[in-house]
Design a protein around this ligand. Sequence first.
Ligand code: GAP
Length: 473
Amino acid sequence: MDFIDDWPWTNIFKKCEKMKSPMAVQNIISSSEKMQKVVSLCKRRGFIYPSSEVYGGLNSCYDYGPLGYELKNNLKQNWMNWMTREHESIEPLDTSILMHPKIWEASGHVANFTDPLVDCKTCKARFRADQLDTAACGQRPSKHPNECGGELTEPRLFNLMFKTFMGPVEEGSSVVYLRPETAQGIYVNFLNVMTTSRQKLPFGIAQIGKAFRNEITPGNFTFRTREFEQMEMQYFVKPGTDMESFEYWKERRMQWHYSIGLTKERLRYHQHSAKELAHYAKAAFDIQYEFPFGWQEIEGIHHRSDFDLKQHEQFSGKKLQVFDEASKSSFVPYIIETSVGCDRVLLTLLVDAYDEEASTGGGAEEEGPRVVLRFAPHLAPMKIAILPLMKKEGLPERADKIYQALKKRYRIYYDESGSIGKRYRRADEAGVPFALTVDMEPGSVTIRQRDSMKQDRVSETELESYFEKAFQL
Ligand code: GAP
């Protein structure tokens, strides 16, 4: 069993427990270590915890806390709404994780979804044979596995799919797999969806769901894990229109990444060379983000041709074709796929939003630099912080009245303990875009904007229209 005790984030998490303020983070971690700061913030503020923590954790498995849950939920809703409401030709779908095992034979995953592995005979560590140049020796981390003197075994192919058994008997005939991608559930349902929703080509199917891969080298926090969620859309097109559609979705998906607030300069395309192409792909582009650990893929746009549907026709014996009125003949559509990791984009949002600034104000100078998560307001886990200035003089009652009215529409962060400066800081760290303070001025409140720290005085009767406008921007 692969526990987390020896992995770098554990120490950071442990240190976080002792931390009371961002200053403590500053003392432990140097300013260049942005990734570590993000990880510690995630634990401290309840975005992401290590899974099974009381048992020492389980390598590469994570749990989303209250803020992480809200952020993920907003992200998933945003993606699905963008897909299905901005594109009327796209239908939603939710298929099961366990599917007929033949699906994975047909898709090529049983034969091809493998990584070449080598074992070190000295330290017993296991490495991907194609990534030795970036791996560190288990005993001498400054050396690569092939340079440390340890003898490596010949490469062996290791299938990344998790296997389990369906029913009470654990034998070959009852083996099923946890899906390694959500796409196949869409392919085997494409005729069902097309018929029941009365769509015609070109049309798409969008799905969000868990996928599982027994990755050899998970890492970089939630960047590469063994259990993760994908947000995939498969667009079915007539052969001949495929390249146009591929270009369209490639451009469109980049626009989505801009729309969720990611820094444009940190996004780029990477075109797959013939060597990099997956077994199903005719052409592919990645959208990459520049993480503190380098440029990395966050989404793939794949031209899958008719590979998958033809394979399923062959393995199932069923026709997966569309009738063309013009030519009075049937054909297998081509598929353009957009596939983005939900957990990976969530990590990207956290890294991109994380900021520290020396400027202070609001009475929290003793807390050191201001740590702020600059999420786009429409994705922020909590939308408005409500802060009664004091716990007396009727202020909590007024604040509660405002809370009761606003909570119907917005996720509210209510905080009445500590100095107002400290409370602003806590709200900034949680990425709350607006902090509303109820003070002694009757009938109005102040609203502080997270990013500029600019304050507006707003009449209590105008709060709903103020926020309506603020969240539309
Ligand atoms: N259906 C196509 C497909 O699955 P992929 O490039 O293997 O393509 C698509 O995966 C996306 O899923 C990636 O761009 C990434 O965002 C996410 N992803 C893949 N493996 C992951 C892992 N082990 N952990 C987290 N996210 C992962």
